[in-house]
Design a protein around this ligand. Structure first.
Ligand code: PLP
Length: 390
């Protein structure tokens, strides 16, 4: 007989809505501005753009829509190629296909698990041909036009190296910063580094609007075009004249109201995440076979999801066995995403040196990291992880 599903008492990453969220949503209801018009959308866009030191913020229905729009406004065309992180949630790779372009999956580096700039450099130098009008993948014959690094788990990619390659080869850089609002790279905000960057405000992210996203940029042409495309490409709203095929990607005022309140709380939320990470790292330093995620000297992570690598030999159980044991104790944990080079959804896509991503996928487990995780619950997670296996 199979056992009943375990009751989860310590979730992985839940929202924290303890500030002005209720008051601002009530304001939307009281004024009946609940849909796409209303003051909160603009306030939210300004708050996020100001936080990441960008001139433009365009709110969208979710992070995936922001990424899709970013590729459109960056001018990435059908038949071009985009170098993208292999170890990522699937959304950025899907959006490359939405615009008819092709992903080339670049493996992770072993230290901080982000897109490996050395592999990007090697791919561009060894696998590509350099013509007057751009850089072309020798194997596919397609033009490489963009790098799309994904700052996973709250930790930035090594952007200096990637930006230098982008300059050298004339490539656009789109940051997928959906998991890393609040992180810094060499003193600069994640999301302020590429030509355009995207955030997600899904329920499990650092701040949430229920569902939502945002594209940020300093480029007026990209900012204006993003606003145009995400609002059905309307040339004349009175006469319903649309200049081209646009999208209904707008965020509603109710969601933006949540967002404005969440932005007020952001510094505190990131601080809590950092304290949680510090506590975990100190505890796991004493536990053989559990290797905590590290932070680069050039990074200040926002520690979105605290993740460890499980050494099956040293612990007598692998990451999935530990996940099941945690679940039995009511504690939620989660492996990293299946790397994209193994994904059936992208089986016909080229990949480049993805061995590290595959190893990380096998061994990694994300642990409860909600900003409102109590010390008592965190102690319980630590004790359960540290306890001997079955
Ligand atoms: C790396 C990454 N990119 C994109 C997204 C898509 O964001 P959304 O779920 O808001 O569409 C997510 C998360 O959900 C993500 O983790």
């Amino acid at each position: 007989m199979s056992s009943a599903p375990e009751e989860i008492s310590v979730p992985l990453s839940t929202p924290s809505l303890r500030g002005n969220e209720g008051a601002y949503v009530k304001e939307c209801i009281d004024t009946e501005w609940v849909s796409s018009g209303g003051a909160f959308v603009e306030r939210f866009e300004e708050a996020v753009a100001a936080f990441v030191n960008r001139s433009y913020g365009v709110a969208t229905v979710n992070g995936t829509a922001a990424l899709h729009t970013a590729l459109l406004v960056a001018g990435i065309r059908s038949g071009e190629e985009v170098l993208v992180s292999d170890l990522t949630f699937i959304a950025p790779v899907n959006t490359i296909r939405y615009v008819g372009a092709w992903p080339v999956l670049i493996g992770a580096e072993p230290q901080f698990w982000q897109m490996d700039p050395e592999k990007v450099a090697q791919f561009l130098a060894e696998k590509c041909e350099h013509r007057k009008d751009g850089v072309y993948n020798r194997r596919s014959g397609r033009r490489v036009s963009c790098i799309l690094p994904v700052h996973i788990l709250g930790h930035p990619c090594d952007m200096e190296a990637l930006l230098e390659l982008a300059r050298r080869y004339d490539l656009i850089v789109i940051e997928d910063a959906t998991e890393s609002l609040g992180a810094d790279y060499r003193g600069r905000r994640v999301g302020s580094l590429g030509d355009v960057a995207c955030f997600s405000f899904n329920g499990n992210k650092i701040i949430t609007t229920g569902g939502g996203g945002m594209l940020v940029t300093d480029d007026p042409a990209m900012g204006e075009r993003a606003r145009y495309l995400t609002t059905q490409a309307k040339d004349d709203p009175q006469e319903y004249v649309h200049g081209e095929i646009g999208y209904n990607y707008r965020l509603t005022n109710v969601q933006a109201a949540l967002g404005v309140a969440q932005m007020e709380a952001l510094p505190e939320l990131v601080e809590s995440k950092r304290a949680i990470a510090e506590h975990y790292s100190r505890a796991f330093a004493q536990v053989p076979g559990v290797e905590p995620m590290r932070q680069a000297s050039w990074a200040t992570s926002s520690w979105w999801l605290y993740t460890v690598l499980v050494d099956a030999q040293a612990r007598g159980e692998d990451s999935r066995a530990l996940m099941r044991r945690l679940a039995k104790a009511g504690i939620m944990s989660r492996p990293l995403w299946q790397p994209m080079h193994l994904s059936p959804a992208h089986r016909d896509v080229e990949s480049y040196h993805c061995e590290v991503s595959a190893r990380l996928h096998e061994r990694a487990l994300s642990l409860p990291s909600s900003a409102n995780l109590t010390l008592k619950d965190q102690r319980r997670v630590i004790d359960t992880v540290a306890a001997p296996g079955p």
